[in-house]
Design a protein around this ligand. Structure first.
Ligand SMILES: [Zn+2]
Length: 480
C-alpha cells in the first residue's frame, strides 16, 4: 500500500497529542470550526455518533422510568439569580440577550447554561402533593457557557447534552436516583463506548454549583489526562427551597421536595476519540460506529460484472443482519486510498473482496484495532462479522483498562506524587485529609485535581500534603 497523503497529515500522538486530536477531528470530518468564536459545527459523521449515543442512552433512561420534555432556551435574569451558589458558579459564563428585534428588553434573558432554574420553576407549579412524586424528566438540548479556550467536543461555547431533572418525596429516594443514573452512565461508557471509568463522589470544591453532592465518572485519555465524562448531582432541598417546590406530605404537612440533576454531553465523543485513537486516526468501538463494516472491492479484470454484484449481495446480507455496512465502489479512488481513508475514520472492519476471493468463496476482513487480516468464508459471513464486531468491542475495552492500570499509581509520598505528575502521569491515588486547602495547594504545585473519591475508601496513614490524618483516598490527575 502506498503512503497516503491523508494519513501523513495527522500529527503523531507521541509528538503532540493535542495536535493529533485536532487533526483527527478535522480529517475524519467529525467537526469543523465555525464563523462563531468557540462554536463548532458537528459534521454528519460526528453527528451520527451522537445519534447512536442518544439512541442508546434514551432507551436506558426510559427503561428506568424517565420521560422526555423540552424547556425554553431563555432564563429571565431574576429567576437565574434565585439560588445564590448556583448564580455564583455560572455567572461568569452566561451569555445574555438584551434586545428583541429593535426593542431593548426590560429584563435581560440568560441563554441557559443548564436548566435547574427554569425546570425548578415549573416543578413548583406542577408538584402539589406527595402523590405527584416522583417527577422523572429528561431533556435533550443545547446549552451555552461562554468559554475562553475551546476545543472541539471537549469544551465549546455551545454544546449538546441531555439533562435529567427529578423531584422526590424523600432524601433517600433522591440519593438513590442520583446513584442509579451514575450507574447507568458507567455501564453505558464501559459497554457502549468501551471507555472504562472510575465512579465516585467529587470533593466539595469540585461539586456542581448548588448541589449537596456531586458524583462523576472519570475516564483516562491517551495522554494520561482525565476526562470528566458525566456527572450526577444530589441537589438536596437547595433548589426546592429557592424555587418553592413544595408538596403536601403524607402527614398533611407542607414539605420541600428533594431534587437531582444529571447529564452527559457531546464531550463523550471527544472521550471516544482520545481513548481509542492511534496514529492512523480514529478507532471507533463497533457499538457507536456509524459504519461498522466498509466493503472495498478490488478492481481487477471485469470486476464490475463479477466482484461488484457479489459485493452488493453481501452488503444486503450484512444489512439484513442489522450490521451498519457501506460499499465503497467509487472508481475515482484506488483501494489503497480507500484503506487509509476508512482507517482514518475508524471503521472497525474493512471487508476486501476481489476476483481471487470469489474463486475461493471468501472475503478478507481487516480489523481496525489490530490491523490483522482474516480470510473468511462467504458462507456464514454475517454471523462471523457480528462475532468479530463483539470481539473488537471487548478488545478495545480491555486495552483501555490495561492502559489505565498501567497509568495508575498509589503513593503516600508527595515527592513521588510530584514526579509522577510531570510528563504523562495518569491517576495517582493518595491519602487525603479532606481539607480544601491541601487540595488547592496540590493543584497549584502540580496542576493535579481530585477527580473523584473511591466509594469504598479505607484510608491508612497521613494526608499526602499536610501529613494530618487521612479521611479518604483520593484519585488525582491532570484533567481536561
Ligand atoms: Zn491535608
Amino acid at each position: 500500500m502506498t503512503t497516503n497523503a491523508q494519513v501523513t497529515e495527522i500529527t503523531p500522538q507521541s509528538e503532540d497529542f493535542a495536535g493529533w486530536y485536532t487533526d483527527v477531528v478535522r480529517r475524519a470530518e467529525m467537526a469543523d470550526y465555525s464563523p462563531v468564536k468557540g462554536c463548532m459545527v458537528i459534521r454528519p459523521y460526528g453527528y451520527a455518533i451522537w445519534e447512536l449515543i442518544q439512541r442508546d442512552l434514551d432507551a436506558r433512561f426510559k427503561a428506568s422510568g424517565h420521560v422526555n420534555a423540552y424547556f425554553p432556551l431563555f432564563v429571565p435574569e431574576s429567576l437565574l439569580m434565585t439560588e445564590a451558589e448556583h448564580v455564583e458558579g455560572f455567572a461568569p459564563q452566561v451569555a445574555w440577550v438584551t434586545q428583541g428585534g429593535t426593542e431593548k428588553l426590560e429584563e435581560r434573558l440568560a441563554i441557559r447554561p443548564t436548566s435547574e432554574v427554569i425546570i425548578g420553576t415549573m416543578y413548583a407549579k406542577w408538584i402539589q402533593s406527595w402523590r405527584d412524586l416522583p417527577v422523572l424528566i429528561n431533556q435533550w438540548a443545547n446549552v451555552v457557557r461562554w468559554e475562553k479556550v475551546t476545543r472541539p467536543f471537549l469544551r465549546t461555547t455551545e454544546f449538546l447534552w441531555q439533562e435529567g431533572h427529578t423531584a422526590h418525596e424523600t432524601e433517600h429516594e433522591a440519593e438513590e436516583e442520583t446513584l442509579r443514573m451514575l450507574g447507568i452512565y458507567k455501564e453505558f461508557a464501559e459497554t457502549v463506548l468501551a471507555m472504562p471509568v472510575l465512579d465516585g463522589p467529587k470533593s466539595a470544591s469540585e461539586k456542581f454549583a448548588g448541589a449537596s453532592r456531586t458524583y462523576s465518572i472519570e475516564a483516562l485519555m491517551g495522554d494520561g489526562r482525565a476526562l470528566q465524562a458525566g456527572t450526577s448531582h444530589n441537589l438536596g432541598q437547595n433548589f426546592a427551597k429557592a424555587f418553592g417546590i413544595q408538596f403536601q406530605g403524607r402527614t398533611r404537612e407542607l414539605e420541600y421536595a428533594w431534587t437531582t440533576s444529571w447529564g452527559v454531553s457531546t464531550r463523550l465523543i471527544g472521550g471516544v476519540i482520545m481513548t481509542h485513537g492511534d496514529d492512523s486516526g480514529l478507532v471507533l468501538p463497533p457499538r457507536v460506529a456509524p459504519i461498522q463494516v466498509v466493503m472495498v472491492p478490488i478492481p481487477r479484470g471485469n470486476w464490475q460484472e463479477t466482484v461488484l454484484p457479489r459485493a452488493q449481495e453481501i452488503k444486503a446480507e450484512l444489512a439484513r443482519a442489522g450490521i451498519r455496512v457501506e460499499l465503497d465502489a467509487r472508481e475515482a479512488y484506488t483501494p489503497g486510498w480507500k484503506f487509509a481513508e476508512w482507517e482514518l475514520r475508524g471503521v472497525p472492519i474493512r471487508l476486501e473482496i476481489g476476483p481471487k476471493d470469489l474463486e475461493k468463496q471468501q472475503v478478507v476482513l481487516a480489523r481496525r484495532d489490530t490491523k490483522a487480516k482474516l480470510p473468511t468464508p462467504m458462507d456464514g459471513l454475517a454471523a462471523r462479522v457480528q462475532e468479530l464486531l463483539d470481539e473488537i468491542q471487548q478488545a478495545l475495552f480491555e486495552r483501555a483498562v490495561r492502559f489505565r492500570d498501567e497509568h495508575t499509581t498509589t503513593t503516600d509520598s508527595y515527592e513521588t506524587f510530584k514526579q509522577l505528575m510531570e510528563g504523562r502521569p495518569g491517576y495517582v491515588i493518595a491519602p487525603w485529609c479532606g481539607s480544601a486547602e491541601c487540595e488547592a495547594q496540590i493543584k497549584a504545585e502540580t496542576q493535579a485535581t481530585i477527580r473523584n473519591l473511591p466509594f469504598d475508601s479505607h484510608p491508612a496513614g497521613q494526608c499526602i500534603k499536610c501529613n494530618g490524618p487521612a479521611v479518604t483516598m483520593a484519585r488525582f490527575a491532570k484533567a481536561y
